[in-house]
Design a protein around this ligand. Sequence first.
Ligand code: GLU
Length: 506
Amino acid sequence: MSNPATARPVRVRFAPSPTGELHLGGLRTALFDYLWAKHTGGTFILRIEDTDQKRYDPKSLESLMRGLRWLGLEWDEGPDVGGPHAPYIQTERAAIYQQHAQKLLDSGAAYRCYCTAERLDEMREEQRRRKQPTGYDRRCRHLSPAERASQEAAGLPSVIRLAVPLEGKTTFADLIRGDITVENRQLQDEVLLKSDGLPTYHLAAMVDDHLMEISHVLRGEEWLPTAPIHKLVMEAFGWELPVLVHLPVILDPSGKGKMSKRKKVVEGKEFLALVHEFISAGYLPDAMFNFLTNVGWNYDPEIEIFEREEAIARFDVARINPKASALPYEKLDWINSQYIRQLTPAALKEQLIPILSKQLKIAPAKLQNDARLDILVPQIQERIKRLDEAIGWIDWAYKTADEIVYEDPSLLLGRKLDAAQSIAVLEDGAALLQTVEPFLPDDIQAAFRERAAAMGVSAGGYFGPFRAVITGKKVSPPLFESLQALGREEVLRRVARGIEVLGELT
Ligand code: GLU
């Protein structure tokens, strides 16, 4: 299907600069590109805008691709998969931008500027002193041919600047914000090609958007001020701007500030920002896909959980809400918990292994065959919102009896029982645990209930000390599965220790 707004096949690009780790805002842009491409049967392109060599971070490209693939955003054209407009890494396209800059020089739409960094500093200093707005004073725009020739003859380094019209207005359209007009005198003669021969974003992105036949540019709202320059660059070449869609700013979960590019703590709560942090915390890609789709767009105000295919079918760039949107992380947690519940226990175990392996320092292959996990995973499935929370529910099963700390020994007391009575329960249960066969949850439970009744103790009162001695915690997965997971011998060791600790209370 083609897009009625342009009647061109839809081609969208995610064009990150590899200057650091991918953050959630970038991932949202890529997701909307992807949704629009899939919705229209169009093409999703990954283009790497690495022409700012000072800010280049060699690690970021790999982590960027990992983050996109984690979410399932496979690109149709891009650096590693190639495509009809390769290369897709801008530093590998330097000659293309140089040729295009030359065209603008030839037509007079751009000019060479020989001003040195020192001269520009002095100029700005002077502008500040006079309380004028700072900006390039266009000195080189007005050089005579003779002056220009002498600068060239001296072999001075130069940049190429856009000759912005000195009067009049520039109007561009944003699909969700309407027409926006600026006075040309408020614009700068921006640099298009730097003295190192590499283009700036203004030149590279426009040349590529044109050559790569981009139909829609989805990018963060922070790029809105550059749009008039982009319109002028496109006009200088005699090209059309793609349809512009500036995506709303994302606010942090408190709704108070702009979402930051790094983890931050607001009112005592930690808010993650980088995609790799969400991956290690154990958010599932389906949950993140579902969550981010609704940040600036809305699937349906009544429906919280939906399939990817359903989102693709409904997605519409024209319905993106330009208003800043906050990131309700509690909603992400809730959505994630729903996706966790939908997994089979075997699939959940698979997902947990890499995270638990790091947390427990046990090799993944060993955890693969770990019977404790097979028993405990189904028990915690409805109790965790993030995979990294599993450890808090099951760490006790991976400790030795000595490592279980009873910070508050009164925890070992059964409900309404004193220390002596709790010891009696533990001794009674220990005798039972030595013999109960098979050592399985239902059998242990039946035996415990019988003994509780015989001792005249409530079931809860009888069970409580066992939960506490084996886990050292007030809250744990269900008791009988926990006993089974730990195994008879280890349970007995812990019961013996619990009795000792309680003995000190009597
Ligand atoms: N390279 C720019 C960035 O890092 C891309 C902006 C755009 O999509 O045009 O966000």
